[in-house]
Design a protein around this ligand. Structure first.
Ligand code: AMP
Ligand code: ZN
Length: 473
């Protein structure tokens, strides 16, 4: 079956045809975290969906070049740094680190690039794009010195979100908030500096200021992936205005179609409401780990429902994830035992063999619910065969090979779950240094700190080894 995705732009399921079908390489841009606080698990639902998408494309033989931006300058990061009384860079750094730590716990594959909006390279690119938009009449500087995109001059504006913008149409100037814009829907490309921004500012042809959020993504995407890309993803809340604005900016500059396929994931909910920082109804990855769940269990809980279906987060759901993984673990253990035994005596004439149903389901707009349904049905049937002594080494090995293949997409195997947290690894490294300096007192202190975090360090001939201590999550 050909790969098919629901494209937000057309609101239809479309057969996937990459820009360059012969190269089998795909350019994919995914909107990343705004680093003003620790990302919550709702954000990670979006990143896990993107991870699943990338892994499935790779299973199908594509080489994926994925970019995920880090939004480290916009209103919330500036406000946060000001309130904390520290420089912007220092303020955002801690949340960047936390993001990478959490993504690692959830086994999310690293993107090829993580461009930061404050990188001078990209700021220069943003300024270049804004200048081009002004020279084409698609942008203007208003009396407040900020530069805005002129949506009336871009007829396709609203096509992604399927919004009828005529309701917003206006001719004269409209006063909106503190801005003096021509049209209420015009969005900021460059925000003129004001006192609240402190020392966060860059020089530009329009005076000191900072980029708007939308132009950051257009510029970083263009700088790293070129004028035209295959896939662009995010959560549904990114559709408008963020992605709509990205199209207007990028296509406004290049005159070429920016993105072939727009994929958006539905929200993670709590009690039927979107999990959001602003609503205070959120959990972070450490919140979930503190309740003795593992990163693997959370990955499963966030992965198991089709990406376009809203998913309600509950602790009961976490327990179900734990049970489902235990079933997989037990099944693999049984298969391994039979495969190892090399037994070829049993009657296996009717033994069920793996099929392509799992990956075929993923071809169908990444239907993970159906794919997992097939996995558990296979587990049920092969377990029955094993109960009845009707499975010998050959089919058991086939099922293990099959698992290995689908696990490149799922990444849910137990062993790899023993991921040493960054903090523990750092303490272990400090302890190793202390031992090298024969500072035994410090080495013991560090061992105690490692142990207080639920880990045990053993000194072996191959160096120190970390294992989960008693009572750890
Ligand atoms: P932000 O840091 O707010 O820009 O969000 C980062 C990503 O997480 C974006 O792709 C959002 O669409 C996505 N997102 C935010 N909240 C949720 C949620 N409750 N469920 C799923 N995705 C979300
Ligand atoms: Zn973005």
């Amino acid at each position: 079956m050909a790969l098919r995705f629901f494209n937000t732009y057309s609101r239809e399921i479309e057969e996937f045809e990459p820009r360059d079908p012969t190269a089998r390489s795909i350019r994919m841009y995914t909107c990343g975290p705004t680093v003003y606080s620790r990302a919550h698990i709702g954000n990670f639902r979006a990143y896990i969906f993107e991870d699943l998408l990338q892994r499935h494309l790779e299973l199908r033989g594509y080489k994926v070049h994925r970019v995920m931006n880090i939004t480290d300058v916009e209103d919330k990061t500036i406000r946060g740094a000001r309130e904390a009384g520290i420089p912007l860079q220092k303020f955002t750094e801690q949340f960047k680190d936390a993001f990478f730590e959490d993504a690692h716990m959830l086994r999310i594959k690293r993107a090829d690039d993580y461009p930061a909006a404050t990188d001078q390279r990209y700021i220069a690119r943003m300024i270049e794009m804004i200048s081009a938009l002004i020279s084409k009449g698609l942008a203007y500087q208003a009396d407040d010195k900020s530069v805005y995109f002129r949506i009336n001059k871009f007829p396709d504006y609203g096509k992604l979100a399927h919004f009828d913008l005529t309701q917003l149409q206006s001719t004269g100037r409209v006063k909106h908030d503190e801005y003096d814009k021509e049209h209420i829907g015009d969005f900021a490309l460059w925000k003129a500096w004001d006192e609240a921004d402190g020392d966060v500012k860059w020089d530009s042809p329009w005076g000191p200021g900072r980029p708007g959020w939308h132009i950051e993504c257009s510029a970083m995407s263009m700088a790293l992936l070129g004028d035209q890309i295959d896939i662009h993803c995010g959560g549904v809340d990114n559709i408008f205005p963020h992605h709509e604005a990205e199209i207007a900016q990028s296509e406004g500059v290049t005159g070429k179609k920016f993105v072939r396929y727009w994929l958006h994931c539905a929200h993670l909910l709590v009690d039927g409401q979107k999990m959001a920082k602003s609503l205070g109804n959120f959990y972070t990855v450490p919140d979930v780990l503190a309740k003795s769940y593992t990163g693997r269990e959370l990955r499963y809980a966030l992965l198991r429902v089709h990406y376009r279906v809203p998913l309600n987060f509950t602790w009961e759901g976490m327990n179900e994830a734990r049970e489902s993984l235990a079933r997989i673990d037990d099944w693999l253990a049984r298969l391994r035992q039979i495969a190892k035994s090399g037994n070829v005596q049993r009657s296996t004439a009717n033994a069920q063999r793996p099929t392509t149903a799992f990956e075929d389901a993923l071809d169908d707009d990444l239907n993970i619910s159906a794919a997992l349904g097939f996995l558990f049905e296979s587990i049920r049937e092969t377990n029955r065969a094993m109960d009845q002594n009707k499975m010998d080494a050959a089919p058991a090995s086939e099922w293990l090979d099959w698992w290995k293949r689908i696990n490149t997409v799922l990444d849910l195997e137990a062993e790899a779950d023993v991921v040493v947290p960054h903090e523990v690894a750092q303490l272990a490294e400090e302890r190793e240094n202390a031992r090298r300096e024969k500072n035994w007192k410090r080495s013991d202190e560090l061992r105690d700190r490692i142990s207080a975090l639920g880990w045990e360090v053993r000194d072996t001939k191959d160096g120190p080894k970390l294992t989960r201590g008693a009572g750890s999550a």
